[in-house]
Design a protein around this ligand. Structure first.
Ligand code: GBH
Length: 521
């Protein structure tokens, strides 16, 4: 017994010393990038033959559903300023740039009968500029800007969308696949389906919960899988790339040690991301048992003849299983989760939340970002990475989004604290055996933050949306990230010499929240 205690003590001590080391190295070959999305930065909404997307329609609706009544009509104007964007990537020293292609810019009507050459030119120019500068293009095919024409036909709830997406992907492989070797089919299926169809927080604001998000889920999974199979069958040999999906994962921590809270947290994870990850990454495939069981039970109670969650046939399960070369992980935050009598009557019937049967809350002691949903919880990131390793046989993980929002200003110590603590947690997970291969900061620059317009700033670069040339200025965090990439190390004491208080003050704003606490596992 005494010996065990001594051994335990030594293990804790060495773990402590390890995690308190001030400089830690990233694994050999680890890649660093930054991310954006077409609608959030491009502008050029009605130029050169581009068709309309569901976000063009949403932001032009009266009254506007957007917090500050803004639109992405011009956004950061990257449709015209992409050369400056690449210059910024060079300043930071990025290995890769993750951006998305606007479906209606390439196919104005959504269908592949008519290709808009000006749109193809724009992405060719961007890709070529990246390659000229030794920056790897990492292309997302769909980051939420569905052609409005397809929405009129039901969008992601129409099973035909699977074929439309495959046709679109074929155009992209044909036009760009000779130079693009890294692809993401879909950005964040849960946010497309639940936020867009099951609620009213993303376009098309369908708000038909309990029904629409599940129809969408099946179609998104099939669309993704068929594009993966297309790449395998017709392009991989020639183009020699990798292709996968990015899933947004929040860590749900049981609010207490009761069995109910543990089950609630598990169900929350399975509903939030297992619903999309399990069919692709698990050995068994299909929707997770918890999700199938809960929705089927509730549906029966409610008088539906079939589960509101569509079934996947054996052939569909097989089609979807194994269709990602990597786990693309977008992650930002964690929530506490519980289940008790207060759930009774809390959620609409039927609804996704009622099916899940869990309550998710914030812990007020966690540092708070400008976005109400975003808090800094690095240990949650660590637990999430370990969970992905355990659930899905340790897949290669590319962190395709991670970042922090402020109200603005160049001196962004809270963002720096967030990045450092999350990178530190990532390195802890690597030490734990997780196969994390890349990290992508969200975002390269300030942009249109969907329903919150321009009120939340995620950029390493500040964008002056009021200046005609949309001036981009590096925040302090850009200097910190640059040093991480240059040294391939995390040094929590690094202070950039060329970032001056004067340059920070010129923006006239300072940060209100500062997360000065360094995180230890
Ligand atoms: C990413 O989504 C997007 O890919 C990107 O376009 C966006 O700009 C970026 O995040 C920043 O928002 O806790 O119930 O209030 C992140 C997805 C959005 C998922 C917020 C969790 C909070 C739901 N996250 N959402 S809730």
């Amino acid at each position: 017994m005494a010996r065990l205690l001594v051994i335990g003590f030594l293990i804790c001590l060495s773990a402590g010393v390890w995690s308190k080391r001030k400089v830690r190295s990233f694994p050999e070959g680890f890649q660093f990038g930054a991310s954006t999305a077409a609608y959030q930065i491009e502008g050029g909404w009605y130029e050169d033959g581009k068709g309309l997307s569901i976000w063009d329609i949403a932001t032009h609706t009266v009254p506007s559903p957007i917090k500050d009544q803004s639109t992405g009509d011009v956004a950061a104007d990257s449709y015209h300023l992409y050369q400056r964007d690449v210059e910024m990537m060079n300043e930071i020293g990025l290995d890769f740039y993750r951006f998305s292609i606007s479906w209606p810019r390439v196919l104005p009507n959504g269908f592949s009968d008519r290709v808009n050459q000006a749109g193809v030119d724009y992405y060719n120019n961007l890709i070529n500029e990246l390659l000229k500068n030794n920056i790897t293009p990492f292309v997302t095919m769909y980051h939420w800007d569905l052609p409005q024409n397809l929405q009129r036909l039901g969008g992601w709830t129409n099973p035909l969308v699977v074929d439309w997406f495959v046709d679109y992907a074929r155009v992209l492989f044909d036009k760009f696949g000779d130079r693009v070797r890294s692809w993401i089919t879909i950005n964040e299926p849960k946010q497309i389906c639940f936020e867009g169809y099951g609620s009213d927080s993303k376009a098309p604001f369908l708000n038909m919960t309990g029904i629409a998000e599940y129809l969408c889920a099946k179609n998104v999974l099939l669309a993704h899988a068929k594009v993966y199979r297309l790449y395998d069958e017709e392009y991989r040999k020639l183009q020699n790339g990798t292709i996968g999906i990015s899933i947004s994962c929040t860590w749900y921590e049981p609010a207490s040690d009761t069995l109910d809270d543990h089950q609630a947290a598990l169900d929350a994870r399975q509903f939030d991301w297992g619903q999309y990850a399990h069919p692709i990454f698990s050995r068994a495939g299909d929707f997770p048992t918890e999700v199938k069981k809960n929705v089927a039970l509730k549906s029966a109670e409610q008088g539906y003849r079939k589960s509101r969650l569509p079934e996947l046939s054996a052939a569909e399960v097989a089609l979807i299983r194994g269709t990602s070369d990597f786990f693309g992980l977008n992650t930002y935050t964690s929530k506490l989760t519980y289940r008790d009598a207060s759930l009774e009557g809390m959620y609409a019937v039927p609804s996704y939340n009622d099916d899940m049967g869990a309550v998710m809350i914030k812990d007020p002691s966690w540092p708070q970002a400008q976005s109400s949903w975003l808090q800094e919880v690095p240990w949650g990131f660590f637990k999430l990475l370990v969970e992905i390793k355990n659930l899905y046989d340790n897949p290669p993980v590319l962190v395709t989004e991670n970042g922090w929002s402020t109200a603005g200003g160049l001196l962004d110590d809270d963002r720096i604290g967030y990045y450092r603590n999350y990178l530190n947690a990532l390195l802890d997970a690597v030490d734990e055996g997780c196969d994390v291969k890349a990290y992508t900061a969200w975002s390269l620059m300030d942009n249109f933050e969907w329903k919150n317009g321009y009120t939340e700033k995620f950029g390493l670069y500040e964008v002056d949306f009021n200046s005609p040339d949309h001036t981009r200025t590096p925040r302090k965090s850009a200097y910190i990230y640059r040093e991480v990439i240059r040294s391939r190390q995390l040094d929590i004491n690094y202070e950039p010499e060329d970032f001056t208080a004067e340059s920070a003050n010129s923006s006239g704003e300072t940060e209100k929240n500062s997360s000065s606490n360094y995180y230890y596992k």
